[in-house]
Design a protein around this ligand. Sequence first.
Ligand SMILES: Cc1cc2nc3c(=O)[nH]c(=O)nc-3n(C[C@H](O)[C@H](O)[C@H](O)COP(=O)(O)O)c2cc1C
Ligand code: SF4
Length: 443
Amino acid sequence: MSTPPVANARLLPVGPSGQALDLRSLAAHETHFGRLPLIEGPRIGKPGPLVHEIEKSGLRGRGGGWFPTARKIHAVVESAGTRRAWSAGRKPVVIANAMEGEPASSKDAVLLRHSPHLVFDGIQALAATIGAEQAYIAIHRGSPVIDVVLRALADRNDRVTIELVTPPARYVSSEESALAHWIGDGMGTPVYGKRTFERGVNDRPTQVQNAETMAHIGLIARYGGEWFASVGDTKAPGTCLVTVGGAVNAPGVIEVPVGTPVAEIISRCKGFSTEVSGFLTGGYGGAWVATDNLMASDWTPESVAAEGGAIGAGILWALDARTCALHEVARVALFMAGESAGQCGPCRFGLPSLADDLATIAGKSAQMSDVHRLNTRIPLVQQRGGCKHPDGVARFVSSAMHVFQEEVAHHLRGRCSATSTGAALPVEGMRAIPVGLPGKDFK
Ligand SMILES: Cc1cc2nc3c(=O)[nH]c(=O)nc-3n(C[C@H](O)[C@H](O)[C@H](O)COP(=O)(O)O)c2cc1C
Ligand code: SF4
């Protein structure tokens, strides 16, 4: 094993002057991290030995669900069955999910812009471990990192060729079954009734991991599971990328050990730039948390959930108190309603109705009956969709109704505490946060 990095800047290393290292070339990447060792493949229906290091590491996926990566590896390899079954078309497929469908997130773009080969190494290591011979990286159409990725891919001579795919820049097209659907059939919509790890691309067992998760795999393959777990939280070891946005003085993407106090994250971003009315955690499929509660919490999936939030894909957005929180929530709910695939009842009828109720509540003539109607409708969209898109929107809306209840009361009296009419949260694929790094954005 090569010498592991000592600092907490594992995925996004910085140089002596605090500047972000540019590791876009394979030579710079291998000088910094060393070469990816040879990874053994699966035997008699069991994953290759790297899975034991990933188990030891406690790695959990960074794409939103924080699901244990080793469990997914076992599930895919079990589903693929024996080599004899592979010849019948069960050979597994790997997809790196770098779609970053959450408009308030920039971490995967930042990672790819600075360290694309670490993500590719993770893809290679995972493909070897599960015996995949098809590997993809999915980046949404029109993304500015596509050029960087294509150039970096051209530098490599991998055992398994990594193919870039560019599904539409739509929120639900980044859900894992939608990616498999896009690659197999050219349709970027979620598929219900099939589990991707069993029947993904062309019905083959398909392992989808977030780009950041892949990069962590690239490091575990070099330095081992014990090294990975030497920082972070006992239930969620390692470091994680956080996109910090909104009312902070230095918004951007930072890398911290999981379990870092939220107050420390805000302080690394040079503190609040103005009064904050609440935090959005995890993005538009995430949840709102009262400012003081989150500031007293640590950044782990469990601690943030205990405060009613959802760490999701590592989004921490401080809402400027001068904007109307209800107006913001209504705008995003309308955007999310428009982002559905329109295939299931909760998305076709439920989400537009929630957005409609919110628009009324955010307006000047809100009535208590509007609030009651919204509260009755929220549970009707939960756990009834073909994918988790409506559940995410329901959580976003219901948490807002709780955290901003004083503002709701204001609106019921025909008032609004906002002093600014400007919009805060980004929608429609805009990436409002500068693509930067500690050392660049965090001088
Ligand atoms: C509506 C919806 C959108 C999603 N968007 C993304 C995304 O942009 N990027 C991502 O990595 N995962 C996204 N996910 C989660 C993926 O379906 C999948 O669980 C994830 O890529 C697995 O990677 P991980 O285990 O490394 O987290 C989304 C899920 C849903 C329901
Ligand atoms: S729940 Fe919505 S986004 Fe998900 S599959 Fe059904 S229609 Fe599509």
